[in-house]
Design a protein around this ligand. Structure first.
Ligand code: FE
Length: 165
């Protein structure tokens, strides 16, 4: 009887230990998913600050309708900043006409301001592009762009504010 009790106790301890390991691993995974941002706001704060469409794209990873953004055909010289936090992200210098209906660039202005991560939504693997400072969703990057990088940053114009230089 005593032996059985010992075995039960041991298996309970092992069970508890492995449970705490998995929850720690899960916690770590969640933290990796959403890192602490320099600009951090609550859902409500973002909703108050952004337009409905900006919120859908930036905070819920939505996509604007092709050819809907005036920035798609914009050829003026200037800087494209994050519409949520104002961080300079892309430059007219690296903009090109992709024909997709979305503002397209072959590289970011400052690589440090932009985050790229795997996106498995819609049953395909794509690379999502985010503002590193606030975590706002900007669009995706594809490997069919022009020289010199061969990259195509396909962005939602609604996620950007243009500042003429
Ligand atoms: Fe931002």
């Amino acid at each position: 009887m005593r032996r059985i009790r010992l075995i039960t106790l041991a298996s309970t301890i092992i069970g508890l230990l492995s449970f705490s390991c998995t929850t720690n691993a899960q916690k770590q995974k969640e933290q990796e998913k959403e890192p602490v941002r320099q600009v951090q706001k609550t859902k409500e704060e973002w909703k108050n600050q952004l337009t409905a469409m900006q919120y859908t794209v930036l905070r819920e990873k939505g996509t604007e309708r092709a050819f809907s953004s005036p920035l798609n055909a914009n050829k003026q010289k200037g800087v494209y900043k994050c519409a949520a936090c104002g961080t300079p992200l892309f430059s007219s210098q690296h903009k090109f006409e992709s024909g997709t209906g979305w503002p397209s660039f072959y590289k970011p202005l400052h690589a440090n301001n932009v985050e790229e991560r795997a996106d498995h939504e819609l049953g395909m693997v794509r690379t999502e592009v985010l503002c590193k400072v606030c975590g706002g969703h900007l669009g995706h990057v594809f490997e069919d762009g022009p020289a010199p990088t061969g990259l195509r940053y396909c962005l939602n114009g609604v996620a950007l504010n243009f500042e003429k230089k």
